[in-house]
Design a protein around this ligand. Structure first.
Ligand code: NDP
Ligand code: MG
Length: 395
């Protein structure tokens, strides 16, 4: 394995989450290749403290103010940055790459802070891209920083697009496992509980993305994420159900050839690729054994059982702040579902109602996006409070 001359300096925002932990495991496997400069977390002080002892970063950010007090009381050495301002300050510390792995729209300010500071960013946290992809890409272009996709599908597409002219691309095929309710009809999903929705068949992930995978909203968000990352219109991004999650995505070229990226379902692979880019490094982890692989199947998505995919496509086609409205409504609805205040089928109903009630604006800058996000959240809460039939679920 060739060692880089100096270790790559990295900061991990969301170190205590599923992606953050996988990223630190990658770092652990490559002594001397990466140096952890900063770790950011929200509330999991116990895990963060363990990570700090092991990786000895120079800076730590804890965004939840109460948790920050608990962390401070431990008296661990590195500089502590508190609250969301602290997370933004951490993102701005100069490094080779900031891994953005917070969950939800809260990641938007740290992502923009990292880019404005001239840091390259490896992006797992897709919601800021969905809300404000245009703004984020413009900031990145202005600062000449690289955006490296970590989301497995986008990482796959990014790999297939290396050395490719954009005009040669006919379309992208994003693969979706179909989630835990693949092939179920909508009526059969009426009584689904959070713990069932969070049980993903092929990936181990945080709660929010697991629920998004169960509604297929995750794939809808990924269509919008791909539009911005690869500069393609919604019409050139297809979704195909692939329950084995071995083919992570495909690029179809205008001459009819298709390139795919394959691998096991382990986020450490796309994380390693993004953190090492543009190098490829020898991998010590178990990899795909083609001779032991089961049949690979591909299927059309069922838009009637999973309306979130249709709603996301509609928001993507509308543009402006429509994706930000969709994302905010979905975050509110998923939080209510996880808190047993909304039934599973209510998620798409809330999103649909909010998208119908909040007209998008088509002049997009950070302020208009944040405004749209705020208004959509208020509307979602009102829809949930006022609509008794949505709340009819018994926990
Ligand atoms: P997790 O829920 O596992 O982790 C989220 C991280 O964000 C934790 O470190 C958490 O801190 C922190 N966090 C939570 N709430 C807040 C908040 N209000 N303010 C600041 N920080 C907060 O999520 P995942 O790791 O699963 O996902 C992270 C992102 O990556 C998501 O956007 C997801 O869509 C995307 N992604 C995830 C994949 C996966 O395999 N997990 C795959 C592809 C994309 P704490 O725990 O300390 O409270
Ligand atoms: Mg994905």
């Amino acid at each position: 394995m060739t060692e880089p001359a100096a270790p790559k300096k990295i900061t991990v925002l969301g170190a205590t989450g599923s992606i953050g932990k996988s990223a630190l495991d990658v770092v652990r496997k490559y002594p001397g290749r990466f140096e952890v400069i900063g770790l950011g977390a929200h509330s999991n002080v116990a895990l963060l403290a363990e990570q700090v002892r092991e990786f000895q970063p120079r800076f730590v950010a804890v965004s939840d103010p109460e948790a920050a007090k608990h962390y401070a009381a431990l008296g661990l050495a590195p500089t502590l940055l508190c609250g969301m301002d602290g997370m933004n300050a951490l993102a701005s510390e100069p490094v080779d790459v900031v891994l953005c792995a917070l969950v939800g729209a809260v990641g938007i300010h740290p992502l923009i802070a990292a880019i404005r500071a001239g840091n390259n960013v490896a992006v797992a946290n897709k919601e800021p891209f969905v809300m404000a992809g245009e703004v984020v890409m413009a900031e990145a272009r202005a600062r000449g920083v690289s955006i490296l996709p970590v989301d497995s599908e986008h990482n796959a597409v990014f790999q297939c697009l290396q050395g490719v002219a954009k005009e040669d691309v006919a379309c992208i095929h994003l693969t979706a496992s179909g989630g835990p309710f693949y092939r179920r009809d909508r009526e059969s999903l009426r009584e689904i509980r959070p713990e069932e929705a969070m049980r993903h068949p092929t990936w181990e992930m945080g709660a929010k993305i697991s629920v998004d995978s169960a509604t297929l909203m995750n794939k809808g968000l990924e269509i919008i994420e791909a539009m911005w990352l690869f500069g393609l219109p919604e019409s050139q991004i297809q979704v195909v159900i692939h329950p084995q999650s071995i083919v992570h995505s495909l690029v179809e070229f205008k001459d009819g050839n298709i390139l795919a990226q394959l691998g096991i379902t382990d986020m450490r692979f796309p994380i390693l690729f993004a953190l090492s880019y543009p190098d490829r490094v020898q991998c010590p982890m178990d990899r795909l054994d083609l001779t032991r692989m089961q049949a690979l199947t591909f299927d059309r998505p069922d838009f009637s059982a999973f309306p979130c995919l249709r709603l996301a496509r509609e928001a993507a086609a509308r543009g402006g702040t429509a994706p930000a409205i969709l994302n905010a409504a979905n975050e509110e609805a998923v939080a209510a579902f996880c808190g047993r205040r909304l039934p599973f089928l209510g998620i798409s109903e809330v999103v649909e109602a909010v998208c119908a009630q909040c007209p998008p604006v088509f002049h997009v800058d950070l302020e208009t996006v944040l405004d749209a996000d705020r208004q959509a959240r208020e509307t979602a809460r009102r829809v949930m409070e006022n609509n008794g039939s949505l709340m009819s679920w018994k926990s």
